[in-house]
Design a binder for this molecule. Sequence first.
Ligand code: NAP
Length: 324
Amino acid sequence: MRAVVQDRYGSADTLEVREVDPPVPAAGEVLVRVHAAALNAYDWHFLHGDPKIARLVMGLRAPKARIRGRDFAGRVETVGAGVEGLRPGDEVYGEADGAFAEFVCAAGDAVGPKPAGLSFEEAAAVPLAANTALIGLRDVAGVGAGRTVLVNGASGGVGTFAVQLAKAFGAEVTGVCSTRNVDLVRSLGADHVIDYTRQDFTRAGRRYEVVLDLVGNHSLGAFRRAVTPTGTLVLSGGGVFEGGSLVGPMGLFLKRRLVSPFVRQRLLELPARPSRANLATLRELVDSGKITPVVDRTYPLNEVPEAMRYLEVEHARAKVVVTV
Ligand SMILES: NC(=O)c1ccc[n+]([C@@H]2O[C@H](COP(=O)([O-])OP(=O)(O)OC[C@H]3O[C@@H](n4cnc5c(N)ncnc54)[C@H](OP(=O)(O)O)[C@@H]3O)[C@@H](O)[C@H]2O)c1
């Protein structure tokens, strides 16, 4: 099968489209014929091996998982032993390493029926980003009706879902993005939009019950200034395009741990993990029209290196998708 393979850490030039053996599903896995995949900051971190400390897990000299890509939508080809509720031919979407390929093996719990009203391209844009936004707002922050929520990075892959989800939960939403994305974020339902090139929300004097950070571009103290005295700050580990870092978001996470026991604000981290239950929730939200993926550009599989360059250099808007 054709796949996008990475043999060393580096720029998008290290990605190669070549023929490799298709994966074989183990017990508890499904083999999916990929129709579309999507890019995420996750792929950027693996491409660069950034932050360097994460190489202890990703692979010291080169990534252990050689085929890039995480989000996919496609059709089930084979179902491994012990996987319930999926059959060959089912249209599915989900998360697994190695999605920039004609076939991918995914854990049964990280795959679910795709939203009926979406094309494969649109469906591939949903899993990782929307699941992160869902876990951050619903599970970590406990956002409900009437809460004031600020999303820092509202025009990105996670942020575009976060704005829509927070509105669906009944919150009053403020989105932070650059000038060219103000109209997009407003169109997603944000009640207020702050253009970060004109105003620094951490110095604007307004406080929010929940701040969801997807950028990591302020100090912990600055973020806390924008949170009410008993409000919640959720740190995702942002800082996508500042390559070459040793510890990346770990510095902010460490400060959070040190400060947390002494303050009334809830300072929390966002650990997003895929689950079939969340994929089902997201499917319902999509099919009922409450959330819609925003696709910026679509590239064919052999142009994934070009797609990565676009994501990296030009600040892609929301999602970049790959057709396979
Ligand atoms: N913890 C987890 O489990 C988890 C899961 C998924 C993602 N993440 C993290 O979440 C972050 C966001 O992911 P994503 O896929 O949404 O990334 P993305 O699509 O690249 O979005 C990045 C966002 O950051 C904004 N931005 C860039 N520079 C900025 C600046 N100087 N000031 C303010 N905003 C700025 C961009 O806005 P403009 O384009 O308008 O400038 C855009 O909205 C990443 O760091 C990723 O690693 C964490």
